[in-house]
Design a binder for this molecule. Structure first.
Ligand code: COA
Length: 380
């Protein structure tokens, strides 16, 4: 007979503080800080490497440290040949997030630091993972399209090299600036689902690749990272600002979940939306595709009026990625190019101060009852 009193319970762990972190703070009132620095100040000036260094090391790099960090990432970009061979064996129709998860898992076998969970070894692995997640996405996409692989251009930043390796074209300076800003916005978000999955895995003293494999699997879901792919399907269906309100009203009448809206923590708006909206507006002006922002704005005002819910960053990331020319299956993997920095910082922090993450569940099954014995189930 159970003697345990019923513990308190919060479905979906809403509002539960599951750990401490010095990496990132999400302010429910539309704020976001990385190690004390407001992303609104960093987003337009910093580059991704500077933010990744900050997340991993706790402080901003000086000029020389930033150059060295960029070189360290560049030196780790090439994928081992067996990993490329494995990618060539995968079905061409496999979703890029599944390819990424498989690739991250396989890369574990090529890292001699794999089972060393010391701080320094974790930072070395983080640099390799940041470099190679980007290559896994660009190379696997080109393989799936029967295109030749493009050699890295290490004179470009991480964002610039990503664009170049994916498309084979040298990106414009303004495109690199925009992608750096997007990578900065996506780099970390405290205990979001994929980062939490990574931390749970790391808390068993499993390695960083195991943790990032868990994180990739978790990021794929449409309630998390997968929302930026689903948002694009929605915007493609709506097509014009004139259709947006009716589309939203019909979807709400069917009690549908609208992708790119709502957030577990932000209730006064997602801190990243104003910056992403501006990028969408700017890109649209530059290439003469100014329809996307008015569609999103109409959806925003309708959702605000009907349900009091705000847009999240994925609503505006979707058209931005489309304007970059990315196929929408790559929207979530592109999120991972950046978020891997956050995952690795959190795994390092978890290993540095580890305690196994093992919550309880609330039992809601049948009350205790006598076992009738094997014969009663007709097995004899
Ligand atoms: N579309 C329609 N209704 C939504 C909604 C959405 N995107 N997000 C939340 N709601 C509704 C819920 O159904 C609920 O309504 P109810 O009280 O009538 O049941 C209410 O708003 C409160 O939401 P809740 O379910 O408590 O939110 P959550 O914290 O559990 O979920 C998300 C957060 C992000 C999973 C959820 O908002 C969602 O599914 N959004 C769409 C996916 C997405 O864009 N994800 C990316 C997040 S960055």
């Amino acid at each position: 007979m159970s003697t345990e009193t019923k513990p308190s319970y919060s479905p979906g762990l809403a509002g539960v503080v599951a750990g401490e972190t010095a990496i990132c703070w999400v302010d429910p009132n539309a704020g976001l800080m990385y190690r004390g620095y407001d992303i609104h100040e960093m987003a337009k000036q910093a580059n991704f490497e500077e933010v990744a260094y900050l997340l991993l090391n706790g402080e901003l790099p000086n000029a020389q440290q930033l150059i060295d960090f960029g070189k360290q990432i560049a030196a780790e970009r090439a994928l081992p040949e067996p990993v490329l061979e494995m990618i060539r064996l995968l079905p061409k129709t496999m979703h890029p997030m599944d390819v990424l998860r498989t690739g991250v898992s396989m890369l574990a076998g090529f890292d001699s630091d794999l089972n060393d969970h010391s701080h320094d070894a974790n930072v070395r692995k983080a640099i390799r993972l940041i470099a190679r997640v980007s290559s896994l996405i660009t190379d696997a996409w080109r393989i799936s399209q029967d295109q030749e692989l493009i050699a890295d251009d290490n004179t470009l930043t991480h964002a610039g090299n990503f664009l170049y390796k994916l498309t084979g074209k040298k990106p414009e300076t303004w495109q690199i600036r925009m992608l750096d800003t997007i990578f900065i916005l996506y780099a970390d978000h405290e205990f979001n689902a994929s980062t939490f999955a990574a931390r749970v895995t790391a808390s068993t003293l499993a390695d960083m690749y195991a943790a990032c494999t868990s994180a990739c699997g978790t990021l794929k879901g449409p309630l998390h990272g997968g929302a930026n792919e689903e948002s694009m399907k929605m915007l493609d269906e709506i097509k014009t600002p004139e259709n947006a309100e009716k589309w939203m009203m019909d979807a709400l009448a069917k009690k549908a979940k609208i992708m790119g809206f709502g957030h577990r923590v932000y209730k006064e708006g997602d801190s990243r939306v104003p910056i992403m909206r501006e990028i969408a507006r700017d890109y649209g002006k530059r290439i003469g595709k100014e329809n996307w922002v008015p569609i999103c704005e109409k959806l925003e005002s309708t959702m605000e009026r009907e349900k009091g819910l705000c847009a999240n960053v994925d609503l505006y990331a979707a058209p931005v990625f489309t304007m970059f020319g990315f196929p929408s299956e790559l929207n979530t993997p592109i999120f991972a190019v950046s978020r891997v920095a956050g995952w690795c910082a959190h795994v390092t922090e978890q290993h540095d101060h580890n305690r196994l993450i093992r919550p309880r569940s609330l039992y809601v099954g049948p009350a205790e009852r006598p076992y009738p014995g094997m014969s009663s189930n007709g097995a004899k």
